[in-house]
Design a protein around this ligand. Structure first.
Ligand code: IPM
Ligand code: MG
Length: 360
């Protein structure tokens, strides 16, 4: 049985980085069957929907999904009836992917590519576990209404104890395979949903006496991520906080273009592994789309996570990660990572370098 992967290139630089990741997957696992489908703005243009039925069906049939990015200025009108991002949110919800794993591991040779002081970054190895199908992203009601002659808009931040418990448990399970420390991040001094989050996290922590547990308010966490990033192992947090903190954390790696992610849930594929969604955390980057200069490393490392988590191909995953590391060690950089005087490689060129290291 050949594993089936659905590719969702999406918008902006999505197609360029997914194509790079596809080449790497084909090289390391020639038996994969890959099929492509539409999502986001290009799906709106073609079908009127950011997540066509056919796309969702192809994702449900697949053993794993690899996505590029969605969105762009063409579809940004706040008054538009449909938005590209609804496609991604609908897919996460539709596949029940409640946990988003975002590892942050700066390559030692890229410390100087970050605006932060290198001595702060040396040894950073953290994993943010972001809740992905709840919180203010999905809470009801969300609406506009007229109140006393004014337009009012509202969103709802809501969590149930079960939603919190399952993602916090996953964070603790992952911590057990790492440095055995979990930091739960919330805004419990203000938000009721965060107070529940903190209570449930403490209950789960009691099930894991071998794992160190601490809590941190999200505003402090935003600062501590920059001032003492090496202190963190696994950070678990709500959907919105995780969205914000992981863009911030990407600065530790030198570029957002480097960061992969895996979204996992209860649904299992034909191999008995999670039917995951894998995507770089960067967006569609419309300013550089179509120029062939995007950094494909986030997408390629997402493909490595796909091999590991959804296909059980740990050796192949490690081969991809080593090939990326070796390309960086050899000095190959896309434009987001070069400094004065360094030559920037195109997406195709750095992908060639990574492919070459794969076979080395
Ligand atoms: C991310 C992105 C998405 C999110 C957008 C594109 C909807 O920022 O994956 O971090 O907010 O989750
Ligand atoms: Mg984001």
């Amino acid at each position: 049985m050949n594993p089936i992967i659905t590719l969702l290139p999406g918008d902006g630089i999505g197609p360029e980085v997914v194509d790079a990741a596809r080449q790497v997957l084909a090289a390391v696992a020639p038996n994969l069957e890959m099929q492509s489908a539409l999502i986001g703005g290009c799906a709106i243009d073609a079908t009127g929907s950011p997540l066509p039925e056919e796309t969702l069906a192809l994702c449900r049939q697949a053993d794993a999904v690899l996505l590029g990015a969605v969105g762009g200025p063409k579809w940004d009108d706040p008054a538009a009836a449909v938005r590209p991002e609804q496609g991604l949110l609908g897919l996460r919800k539709g596949l029940g992917l409640y946990a988003n794993l975002r590892p942050v591991q700066p390559h030692p040779d890229l410390l100087s590519a970050s605006p932060l002081r290198p001595e702060r970054l040396d040894g950073v190895d953290l994993l943010v576990v972001r809740e992905l199908t709840g919180g203010i992203y999905f809470g009801q009601p969300r609406q506009r209404r007229e109140v006393d002659g004014e337009i009012q808009a509202l969103d709802t931040m809501v969590y149930s104890d079960g939603e919190i418990r399952r993602v916090v448990r996953l964070a603790f399970d992952l911590a057990r395979e790492r440095r055995k420390k979990v930091t739960a991040v919330d805004k419990a001094n203000v938000l009721e949903s965060s107070r529940l989050w903190r209570q449930v996290a403490a209950q789960v922590a009691a099930e894991y006496p071998d794992v160190v547990f601490e809590t941190l308010l999200v505003d402090a966490a935003a600062m501590h991520l920059l001032t003492r990033p090496t202190d963190f192992d696994v950070m678990v947090t709500a959907n919105l906080f995780g969205d914000i903190l992981t863009d911030e954390a990407s600065v530790l790696t030198g570029s957002m273009g480097n960061m992969p992610s895996a979204s996992l849930g209860e649904s299992l594929n034909r191999l008995g592994k999670p039917r995951g969604l894998y995507e770089p955390i960067h967006g569609s980057a419309p300013d550089i789309a179509g120029k062939g200069v995007a950094n494909p490393i986030g997408a390629i490392l997402s493909a490595a996570m796909l091999l590991r988590h959804s296909l059980g191909m740990a050796d192949e995953a490690q081969a991809v990660e080593r090939a990326v590391e070796a390309a960086i060690t050899a000095g190959h950089r896309t434009a987001d990572l070069t400094r004065d005087g360094e030559t920037a490689l195109s997406t195709a060129e750095i992908t060639e370098m990574i492919l070459a290291n794969l076979n080395a």
